[in-house]
Design a binder for this molecule. Structure first.
Ligand SMILES: *Cc1c(COP(=O)(O)O)cnc(C)c1O
Length: 393
């Protein structure tokens, strides 16, 4: 059983490249060149150096003592929150900007919801002196003002998407349209393991540094590079794929992917894709997505903007279908409480996205097992939400 993409761009039944004909040249250029480029010694050297000196990798693997005591397990946190710009997203944008340069591209576009991926993209464009255009829903621009300011300060142009619900899905449509109109000089940096082949595999490779480091760090700290459980939250699924990647073939490791249940799986306000969704095509690939009986995409809901997505990447759809990973979900309330708990037990304020993964520990039973949780990002962006919820303002 393979867990990775095949030559046709599929993970089992999922994946592929379902794109309008006008995008074919761009996607085909990428598909035919990405593996060759990322294996070139000069690419690898520059990628590794930037991850080290610019992002601050390796990110620590921290044994959370008081959290471990509470749950009766050895709980390690993979500290992606300590990366430059505050989340795992930068691993992927560094990889893609180096690729874009080698493809001779002069202009970068991206879509963003909460603004985390937009900030990571604006950051690497400043680093490389490339023009950067970020599409963002008009509603999100209002909700996420600090991230919009960051992007602008780094020289990016932020274009509001004014159609539909004026959020992430609409920003993605605008970015696609831009790419169709600028096929020669522009590279589209997608922010998760979604989109047409080769994006899911390419992003997974760039994020796989998370589990590559975790294995040697576990070896140093516990004497074995394996673990009993590995957990991560899933929006599109990039931090989870990065966290699972080098554990996939280590079959004794139980992989747990945590989706956002919002106000409850059956409340009509949820983003629990595997619980509610079925097979379909979204943003260029066949996967599992939330849809009505006649195939209309259902608007997702989660208090965490990063998990507020109606689909998952095709690799996750495959891992779910073959049961290599277990897909569970956590409500807004449960996530916020887990975020507060980590703040008060460990002095670490997690992104609400990451707090979903932490919250699942509460539902597990432990007898001293080794557990790794991916702390995908830090909670600075979420302080107002935490304050409001707990009446701490
Ligand atoms: C964007 C984001 C996520 C969700 O994206 P994935 O591709 O599922 O990882 C999770 N955590 C943080 C901190 C994010 O910024």
């Amino acid at each position: 059983m393979s867990y990775h993409v095949n030559e046709k761009g599929y993970y089992g039944n999922f994946g592929g490249a379902y794109i309008p004909e006008m995008l074919y040249p761009n996607v085909e250029e990428l598909r035919s060149k990405y593996l060759k480029i990322i294996h070139e010694p000069d690419f690898k050297q520059e990628f590794e150096l930037l991850l080290k000196d610019y992002v601050g990798r390796p990110s620590p693997l921290y044994l959370a003592h008081r959290l471990s005591e509470r749950y009766g397990a050895k709980i390690f946190l993979k500290r992606e929150d300590l990366n430059h710009t505050g989340a795992h997203k930068i691993n992927n944008t560094i990889g893609q900007i180096l690729l874009a340069q080698r493809l001779g591209k002069k202009r970068i576009i991206a879509e963003t919801g909460a603004g985390q991926h937009g900030v990571a993209t604006a950051t690497v464009c400043a680093l490389k002196g490339l023009e950067c255009v970020v599409y963002m829903g008009e509603v999100d621009i209002e909700r996420q003002a600090p991230n919009v300011a960051r992007m602008k300060m780094m020289g990016a142009t932020v274009i509001p998407a004014t159609s539909g619900s004026k959020t992430l899905k609409d920003a993605t449509n605008e970015a696609m349209r831009d790419w169709i109109n600028n096929p020669v000089d522009t590279h589209y940096i997608i922010g998760s393991v979604v989109g047409p082949h080769p994006y899911p595999d390419m992003v997974a490779r760039f994020q796989s540094i998370i589990s590559e480091e975790t294995r040697w760090q576990l070896k140093e700290k516990t004497g074995t590079e394996s673990a009993d459980y590995v957990l991560a939250c899933v929006g599109g699924g990039s931090n989870a794929v990065g966290m699972f990647y080098h554990f996939l073939e280590d079959e004794q490791v139980k992989l747990i992917a945590v989706e956002a249940a919002g106000k409850g799986v059956h409340s009509g306000k949820s983003a629990a894709t595997t619980a509610l969704g079925r097979e379909g095509v979204l943003h260029g690939s066949r996967s599992i997505l939330m849809q009505t009986n006649d195939g209309q995409v259902v608007e997702p809901y989660s208090i965490s903007a990063g998990l507020d997505y109606p689909g998952i990447g095709p690799q996750h759809a495959h891992l779910h279908t073959i049961k290599r990973a277990q897909y569970v979900n956590i409500t807004d309330d449960e996530a916020l409480k887990a975020g507060l708990l980590l703040a008060q037990l460990e002095g670490i304020i997690p992104a609400i996205e990451s707090a979903h993964a932490l919250a699942y520990l509460e539902k597990m039973k432990f007898k001293g097992e080794t557990v790794v949780v991916c702390l995908s990002g830090r909670g600075d962006k979420d302080l107002a939400t935490y304050m409001n919820y707990f009446g701490l303002g």
